[in-house]
Each structure stands twice: as structure tokens, then as C-alpha cells.
Design a protein around this ligand. Structure first.
Ligand SMILES: C[S@@+](CC[C@H](N)C(=O)[O-])C[C@H]1O[C@@H](n2cnc3c(N)ncnc32)[C@H](O)[C@@H]1O
Length: 391
């Protein structure tokens, strides 16, 4: 476990740390060792049955009755619930942590927080515990920023140390990929849509200090916490409560529209509306970049099944529909020119040398078992498009 290293991290006694380490280690074991056993079991069992499967759904149906699949699924659900429970216990034993966040909203480092009471988290998200997180992004018993505290500390336990110091490796990877791929971009305005607590928003400001960086989200508790967190870390970010299908910018004003692990939580029509908005607000030459899981059409049947697991067992109902879409098609339908589509796979920026990162992220996207699969060797996937002058 990396352990959060910023000033708003919860105070944790030895028991709490042990509880979290247990949960993280158990998840790491399930997602690496047990997952490998389940795959080996599948490979042997499908040979024995004389079957081959050409889609993730077919693999899923075949595996459903097998013991290892059931064991893997039960333990993944149980450890996912433990992630949130362990953090809620820490909050209960340190209620001052929430009070501290709720009162730490006056800007000291140039950041801001603009909440809009007319904006609400849409029902598709607000009516369920997304990825089994109690109370989703609004917070169960909604004490101001509590949902943000739960998310930050929970993601730290969830990711067992593979998402970087303060959970910001995706942001660093995407921002540096952008810097290397478009060296003349010189962005003035960068917008992270669906930023939650801004953990992947901050690296954009660190990478492009001259730019104004905005973090947008529908959920005010997460934004409130994200603002306090960014200020505590001394990084000025402008947080705004806004919806992805009504971006609060006039046409051709933004240099980079970024999203991370966001699209798979949206119904398809909203993904399309967001892409239309991104195209509208981007300047000619501006870039839409989305970090996500790779599309099903880039993967073999087993990997497609494996990465869609969350859709069926982790309250992520839109996951598979999203990953079944054509990513180039999504960009083209929003008005980006076909030739301006890009996709890339890359190592984690904060875990490798810059030269290694530059070489790997500049090569053609290569998909393997590491791409998008939460493990020590995970590689990130990104796709999007640059808005050309005439698109
Ligand atoms: C999985 S989280 C995003 C995670 C984050 N970007 C990261 O890098 O880890 C999804 C976020 O989208 C927000 N959200 C959901 N629907 C939205 C919408 N229509 N407009 C803006 N934000 C939305 C939720 O409040 C939540 O914070």
C-alpha cells in the first residue's frame, strides 16, 4: 500500500492500518494469484470440453458454474465491501477529519470551489452504490465532504499501491503523454471532467504550471473534499460543479478536455453528449484525452470477460456497453476527423524513467494482459482525438 501522503489523510492507529493492509493484500492476492488460477482453470476446462469461445459473454457463460470463478467472484465482492467498511471505521474513530475538511474551504493557494445547487448527480449514479461504495459519490449520511474522504482513503486501500503517491499516477501519465505527443500545444485551459476528488487533476497543473486547470464533477461532496485536498497540497485548481453534457465554456475555448475512469460510468447517450460537448469547447488543435479500459474489440475473449466482470458483480452497469463501443466511432460521431483519432498504451509515469515512458507511450498501442488489469504491472490505456482546424 502506498498510503496517502497529504495533510488530509486520516489519522490511523495500528489496528486500522492492519485492517487496511489485510484488505489490500487480500485484494492483491485475488487479482493476481487467484485470477491466474481462474484463467488456467478456464483454459484447461475449455479444452476438456472441446469448446472455444469468441466473446467475453461466451467465456462468462462457460465459467459461471465453475468453482474457481465463484470463489474469485465471492472474494472480489467481499474484499470490495471491506475496502469501504475499513475506511468508514477509520472515519468513525476520527470524526474531526471530516470537520477539518468541511471547514478548510477558504482558498490559500489560488484554487477555488464553485458549487451550483441546480446541478445534481444524475439518477443513474445516485440511485445505487456505485462499485459497492456506500452512498456513492454523494455520501451515505452526507456530512459535507464525507464521500470525498471515503473515496480518497478507499481508493488507496483498493489499489494496493499501484496508483502512485496520492493516487495520481494516471494524471501524471496522461499529462506527460500529452506533453510529449503535442509539444507545441502550450495549453492555457485544461479541464478534467468527472474529476471526483481531483487526484488525477493535480498532475496537469504540475506538468503545465502556466495553464489554468479546472476539475468538474456533478457531486458536490467530492468537489468540496477535492478543493480542500488540493489546497492542502498547495496546488491551485479551480473546481466547479457541472455536468459533462453541459460544459460551462463557450465554443473553442479549451485546450485539453481530459477524463479518467469516467466514461464507463455513463449511459451511452451521455458519453455521446459529452464527446459532442468536448468537441464544441475545444479550440482547433485542442485535445480530448480519455484514460479508460481498452475496448473489447482490442482484446481476446478471455480478457474481454475479465475486464467486464465489474459490469455484472460490482454495480458498474454501463461498463460492458461502453467497452463494446467503437472508440474511433465515438470520436468521429462527435465531429473529430477520423485521421485525428489516437490511442496509446503506456507504463505508469511515476514508476519508470522519463525515457522509458517516452519510448513506450510513443510506440503503437500494444495490448496484453497488463493493459488495464489492476496489478503491479498494469499499463494505462488512453484514447481520444485532436480537433483539427476544419473539423
Ligand atoms: C469513477 S469516478 C471518476 C474517477 C476519477 N476521474 C479518477 O481519475 O479516478 C466518476 C465520477 O463521475 C461523476 N459523474 C457522474 N456522472 C456525471 C455527469 N453526468 N457529469 C459530471 N460528472 C459526473 C461522479 O460524481 C464521479 O465523481
Amino acid at each position: 500500500m502506498a498510503g496517502l501522503q497529504h495533510a488530509l489523510a486520516l489519522n490511523k492507529d495500528l489496528n486500522q492500518r492492519a485492517r487496511e493492509r489485510f484488505t489490500s493484500s487480500m485484494r492483491a492476492w485475488v487479482l493476481t494469484d487467484l485470477a491466474a488460477q481462474m484463467q488456467a482453470d478456464y483454459e484447461q476446462a475449455s479444452i476438456d470440453a472441446g469448446e472455444s469461445h469468441n466473446s467475453g459473454e461466451a467465456v462468462h457463460q462457460f465459467l459461471k458454474e465453475r468453482g474457481l470463478f465463484k470463489w474469485y467472484s465471492s472474494l472480489r465482492c467481499a474484499t470490495q465491501e471491506l475496502v469501504w467498511q475499513s475506511v468508514l471505521r477509520a472515519i468513525e474513530s476520527d470524526p474531526d477529519s471530516i470537520n477539518h475538511v468541511n471547514t478548510a474551504t477558504s482558498p490559500t493557494h489560488g484554487g477555488s470551489l464553485a458549487l451550483d445547487e441546480k446541478v445534481a448527480l444524475p439518477a443513474y449514479s445516485d440511485t445505487m452504490d456505485v462499485h459497492l461504495m456506500p452512498g456513492n459519490y454523494q455520501g451515505g449520511h452526507s456530512q459535507g465532504a464525507e464521500a470525498g474522504v471515503v473515496y480518497d482513503n478507499g481508493l488507496d486501500v483498493f489499489s494496493f499501491g499501484v496508483m502512485g503517491k496520492n493516487l495520481d499516477d494516471i494524471g501524471h501519465s496522461m499529462a506527460n503523454f500529452t506533453r510529449l505527443k503535442w509539444p507545441d500545444l502550450n495549453p492555457k485551459l485544461i479541464v478534467d471532467v468527472g474529476c471526483t476528488i481531483g487526484h488525477n487533476t493535480l498532475p496537469w497543473k504540475q506538468t503545465f504550471p502556466e495553464a489554468e486547470v479546472h476539475g468538474l464533477d456533478a457531486a458536490s461532496p467530492c468537489l468540496q473534499y477535492g478543493h480542500a485536498r488540493a489546497e492542502a497540497m498547495g496546488i491551485p485548481i479551480q473546481f466547479k460543479q457541472a455536468l459533462c453534457d453541459a460544459l460551462p465554456y463557450s465554443d473553442s475555448n479549451v485546450d485539453v478536455v481530459f477524463s479518467s475512469m469516467f466514461l464507463h460510468e455513463l449511459p451511452t447517450e451521455l458519453i455521446r453528449a459529452f464527446f459532442n460537448e468536448a468537441h464544441r469547447v475545444l479550440k482547433p488543435g485542442g485535445v480530448l484525452i480519455n484514460m479508460e479500459l481498452p475496448p473489447n474489440d482490442a482484446l481476446g475473449a478471455y480478457d474481454a470477460f475479465y475486464l467486464d466482470w465489474d459490469c455484472f458483480y460490482n454495480n458498474e452497469p454501463f461498463y460492458k456497453n461502453f467497452r463494446d463501443l467503437s472508440y474511433p466511432g465515438l470520436c468521429a460521431d462527435a465531429g473529430f476527423a477520423k485521421q485525428d483519432f489516437f490511442q496509446a498504451t503506456m507504463p505508469r509515469f511515476t514508476y519508470v524513467s522519463e525515457a522509458e515512458f517516452a519510448e513506450a507511450s510513443g510506440a503503437a498501442a500494444s495490448f496484453d494482459a497488463d493493459t488495464g488489469r489492476l496489478s503491479d504491472t498494469i499499463t494505462w490505456y488512453a484514447f481520444g482525438a485532436q480537433k483539427s482546424g476544419d473539423s
